[in-house]
Design a binder for this molecule. Structure first.
Ligand code: DC
Length: 215
Protein backbone atom coordinates (compact mmCIF):
# COMPACT_ATOMS: atom_id res chain seq x y z
CA UNK A 1 0.00 0.00 0.00
CA UNK A 2 1.18 3.54 -0.75
CA UNK A 3 0.20 6.48 1.46
CA UNK A 4 1.21 9.90 0.13
CA UNK A 5 1.45 12.98 2.33
CA UNK A 6 1.96 16.28 0.53
CA UNK A 7 1.79 19.83 1.81
CA UNK A 8 3.69 23.07 2.37
CA UNK A 9 6.91 23.51 4.34
CA UNK A 10 6.35 23.55 8.08
CA UNK A 11 3.00 21.72 8.09
CA UNK A 12 4.60 19.03 10.26
CA UNK A 13 4.61 16.46 7.45
CA UNK A 14 7.95 14.83 8.30
CA UNK A 15 7.15 14.36 11.96
CA UNK A 16 3.69 12.90 11.48
CA UNK A 17 4.59 10.91 8.33
CA UNK A 18 7.46 9.26 10.19
CA UNK A 19 5.25 8.50 13.22
CA UNK A 20 2.48 7.17 10.98
CA UNK A 21 4.89 4.88 9.11
CA UNK A 22 6.12 3.53 12.43
CA UNK A 23 2.56 2.86 13.67
CA UNK A 24 1.57 1.09 10.46
CA UNK A 25 4.92 -0.69 10.21
CA UNK A 26 5.44 0.83 6.73
CA UNK A 27 8.67 2.18 5.23
CA UNK A 28 9.04 5.97 5.30
CA UNK A 29 10.25 8.10 2.41
CA UNK A 30 11.34 11.70 3.09
CA UNK A 31 11.48 13.00 -0.50
CA UNK A 32 12.52 16.51 0.55
CA UNK A 33 15.70 14.88 1.94
CA UNK A 34 16.41 13.51 -1.55
CA UNK A 35 16.35 16.98 -3.16
CA UNK A 36 18.43 18.26 -0.26
CA UNK A 37 21.04 15.53 -0.88
CA UNK A 38 21.31 16.56 -4.54
CA UNK A 39 22.10 20.11 -3.40
CA UNK A 40 24.58 18.94 -0.77
CA UNK A 41 26.39 16.79 -3.32
CA UNK A 42 26.33 19.73 -5.77
CA UNK A 43 28.00 21.91 -3.15
CA UNK A 44 30.58 19.27 -2.36
CA UNK A 45 31.40 18.78 -6.04
CA UNK A 46 31.35 22.56 -6.60
CA UNK A 47 28.83 22.26 -9.41
CA UNK A 48 28.06 25.33 -11.51
CA UNK A 49 24.45 25.94 -10.38
CA UNK A 50 23.52 27.16 -13.83
CA UNK A 51 24.68 23.86 -15.37
CA UNK A 52 21.38 21.92 -15.34
CA UNK A 53 22.85 18.78 -16.93
CA UNK A 54 25.72 18.76 -14.43
CA UNK A 55 23.28 18.79 -11.51
CA UNK A 56 21.11 16.14 -13.20
CA UNK A 57 24.17 13.90 -13.51
CA UNK A 58 24.82 14.31 -9.80
CA UNK A 59 21.17 13.33 -9.12
CA UNK A 60 21.47 10.24 -11.30
CA UNK A 61 24.67 9.14 -9.58
CA UNK A 62 23.44 9.74 -6.03
CA UNK A 63 24.08 6.83 -3.67
CA UNK A 64 21.33 7.34 -1.14
CA UNK A 65 19.98 5.11 1.61
CA UNK A 66 17.33 5.58 4.25
CA UNK A 67 18.06 3.64 7.40
CA UNK A 68 15.34 4.23 10.00
CA UNK A 69 15.60 7.93 10.76
CA UNK A 70 19.02 8.24 9.10
CA UNK A 71 19.67 9.69 5.66
CA UNK A 72 22.90 8.24 4.29
CA UNK A 73 24.72 9.82 1.34
CA UNK A 74 27.55 7.56 0.16
CA UNK A 75 27.16 5.83 3.51
CA UNK A 76 27.59 9.07 5.52
CA UNK A 77 24.87 10.37 7.87
CA UNK A 78 23.99 13.80 6.43
CA UNK A 79 20.71 14.35 8.33
CA UNK A 80 21.64 17.69 9.88
CA UNK A 81 23.84 19.00 7.06
CA UNK A 82 21.03 18.71 4.47
CA UNK A 83 18.76 20.89 6.63
CA UNK A 84 21.25 23.76 6.93
CA UNK A 85 20.11 27.23 5.72
CA UNK A 86 22.81 27.07 2.99
CA UNK A 87 21.24 23.95 1.47
CA UNK A 88 17.68 25.29 1.85
CA UNK A 89 18.65 28.50 0.04
CA UNK A 90 19.91 26.51 -2.99
CA UNK A 91 17.11 23.92 -3.06
CA UNK A 92 15.28 25.51 -6.01
CA UNK A 93 18.17 24.58 -8.33
CA UNK A 94 17.37 20.91 -7.69
CA UNK A 95 13.58 21.20 -7.39
CA UNK A 96 13.18 23.30 -10.58
CA UNK A 97 15.41 21.02 -12.68
CA UNK A 98 13.20 18.63 -14.69
CA UNK A 99 15.93 16.03 -15.15
CA UNK A 100 16.63 16.03 -11.42
CA UNK A 101 12.89 15.60 -10.77
CA UNK A 102 12.76 12.63 -13.19
CA UNK A 103 15.68 10.99 -11.40
CA UNK A 104 14.09 11.57 -7.98
CA UNK A 105 10.67 10.24 -9.02
CA UNK A 106 12.30 7.13 -10.53
CA UNK A 107 14.19 6.56 -7.28
CA UNK A 108 11.02 7.10 -5.22
CA UNK A 109 9.11 4.53 -7.30
CA UNK A 110 11.96 2.03 -7.00
CA UNK A 111 12.11 2.44 -3.21
CA UNK A 112 8.31 2.18 -2.90
CA UNK A 113 8.16 -0.99 -4.98
CA UNK A 114 9.86 -2.95 -2.23
CA UNK A 115 7.35 -2.57 0.62
CA UNK A 116 4.33 -0.68 1.97
CA UNK A 117 5.31 2.96 2.24
CA UNK A 118 4.36 6.35 3.65
CA UNK A 119 5.93 8.92 1.35
CA UNK A 120 6.09 12.62 2.11
CA UNK A 121 6.78 15.64 -0.13
CA UNK A 122 5.08 18.03 -2.57
CA UNK A 123 4.24 15.89 -5.63
CA UNK A 124 3.82 12.41 -4.23
CA UNK A 125 0.06 12.13 -4.80
CA UNK A 126 0.10 14.04 -8.10
CA UNK A 127 3.24 12.96 -10.00
CA UNK A 128 5.14 10.17 -8.27
CA UNK A 129 2.19 7.97 -7.19
CA UNK A 130 -1.05 9.05 -8.89
CA UNK A 131 -2.44 5.55 -8.19
CA UNK A 132 -1.71 5.63 -4.43
CA UNK A 133 -4.47 4.09 -2.31
CA UNK A 134 -4.48 6.89 0.24
CA UNK A 135 -3.52 10.52 -0.44
CA UNK A 136 -3.34 13.16 2.25
CA UNK A 137 -2.79 16.90 1.78
CA UNK A 138 -1.53 18.17 5.11
CA UNK A 139 -1.57 21.87 5.83
CA UNK A 140 -1.79 24.53 8.52
CA UNK A 141 -2.16 28.30 8.40
CA UNK A 142 1.00 30.28 7.58
CA UNK A 143 0.98 31.79 11.10
CA UNK A 144 0.73 28.39 12.81
CA UNK A 145 3.49 26.92 10.65
CA UNK A 146 5.79 29.87 11.38
CA UNK A 147 4.98 29.73 15.10
CA UNK A 148 5.94 26.02 15.24
CA UNK A 149 9.17 26.65 13.33
CA UNK A 150 10.17 29.53 15.63
CA UNK A 151 9.53 27.34 18.68
CA UNK A 152 11.62 24.53 17.17
CA UNK A 153 14.51 26.87 16.36
CA UNK A 154 14.45 28.60 19.72
CA UNK A 155 14.56 25.21 21.41
CA UNK A 156 17.63 24.47 19.29
CA UNK A 157 19.20 27.68 20.67
CA UNK A 158 18.73 29.81 17.55
CA UNK A 159 17.57 33.38 17.95
CA UNK A 160 14.92 34.08 15.31
CA UNK A 161 11.88 36.32 14.97
CA UNK A 162 8.47 35.24 13.73
CA UNK A 163 8.65 37.94 11.04
CA UNK A 164 11.84 36.60 9.44
CA UNK A 165 10.57 33.02 9.54
CA UNK A 166 7.24 34.08 7.98
CA UNK A 167 9.11 35.89 5.24
CA UNK A 168 11.29 32.84 4.39
CA UNK A 169 8.25 30.58 4.57
CA UNK A 170 6.20 32.78 2.22
CA UNK A 171 9.07 32.78 -0.26
CA UNK A 172 9.33 28.97 -0.19
CA UNK A 173 5.53 28.59 -0.48
CA UNK A 174 5.57 30.78 -3.58
CA UNK A 175 8.49 28.84 -5.11
CA UNK A 176 6.87 25.46 -4.30
CA UNK A 177 3.46 26.48 -5.66
CA UNK A 178 4.80 28.11 -8.84
CA UNK A 179 6.86 25.08 -9.93
CA UNK A 180 5.29 23.90 -13.20
CA UNK A 181 6.26 20.27 -12.82
CA UNK A 182 6.03 18.70 -9.38
CA UNK A 183 4.76 21.90 -7.78
CA UNK A 184 2.92 21.92 -4.50
CA UNK A 185 -0.63 20.90 -5.34
CA UNK A 186 -3.23 18.66 -3.78
CA UNK A 187 -4.28 15.68 -5.92
CA UNK A 188 -7.96 15.84 -6.92
CA UNK A 189 -8.62 12.78 -4.76
CA UNK A 190 -6.51 13.87 -1.76
CA UNK A 191 -8.00 14.13 1.72
CA UNK A 192 -7.31 17.58 3.16
CA UNK A 193 -6.20 17.72 6.79
CA UNK A 194 -5.59 21.10 8.45
CA UNK A 195 -3.54 20.74 11.60
CA UNK A 196 -3.97 24.13 13.32
CA UNK A 197 -4.35 23.55 17.04
CA UNK A 198 -3.61 19.81 16.76
CA UNK A 199 -0.72 18.06 18.47
CA UNK A 200 1.37 15.66 16.32
CA UNK A 201 -0.06 12.53 18.01
CA UNK A 202 -3.62 13.75 17.33
CA UNK A 203 -2.79 14.26 13.65
CA UNK A 204 -1.22 10.80 13.48
CA UNK A 205 -4.29 9.15 15.07
CA UNK A 206 -6.54 10.93 12.58
CA UNK A 207 -4.36 9.87 9.62
CA UNK A 208 -4.17 6.31 10.87
CA UNK A 209 -7.96 6.11 10.85
CA UNK A 210 -8.07 7.48 7.29
CA UNK A 211 -5.51 4.91 6.12
CA UNK A 212 -7.19 1.95 7.85
CA UNK A 213 -10.53 2.75 6.17
CA UNK A 214 -8.77 2.41 2.79
CA UNK A 215 -6.77 -0.72 3.50
O1 DC B 1 10.20 18.97 2.69
P1 DC B 1 11.50 19.77 2.62
O2 DC B 1 11.39 21.15 3.19
O3 DC B 1 12.67 19.03 3.19
O4 DC B 1 11.75 19.93 1.06
C1 DC B 1 12.79 20.72 0.55
C2 DC B 1 12.46 21.25 -0.82
O5 DC B 1 12.49 20.19 -1.77
C3 DC B 1 11.10 21.91 -0.99
O6 DC B 1 11.15 23.30 -0.78
C4 DC B 1 10.71 21.61 -2.39
C5 DC B 1 11.51 20.37 -2.76
N1 DC B 1 10.69 19.17 -2.85
C6 DC B 1 10.09 18.92 -4.06
O7 DC B 1 10.20 19.73 -4.97
N2 DC B 1 9.37 17.77 -4.22
C7 DC B 1 9.25 16.89 -3.22
N3 DC B 1 8.55 15.76 -3.40
C8 DC B 1 9.83 17.16 -1.97
C9 DC B 1 10.55 18.32 -1.81
Amino acid sequence: MIVTIDGPAGAGKSTVARMLAQKLDFDFLDTGAMYRCVVLQGRRQKVDWKDEDGLAQIANELVLEFDGTLVLLDGEDVGSEIRSPEVTALIHYAADNLKVREAMVALQRKLASEDDVVTEGRDQGTVAFPEAECKIFLSASAEERARRRVEQMRQAGQDVTTEEILEQQNLRDRQDEAREVGGLKAAADALHVITDGMRPFEVVEHLERLVRIRR
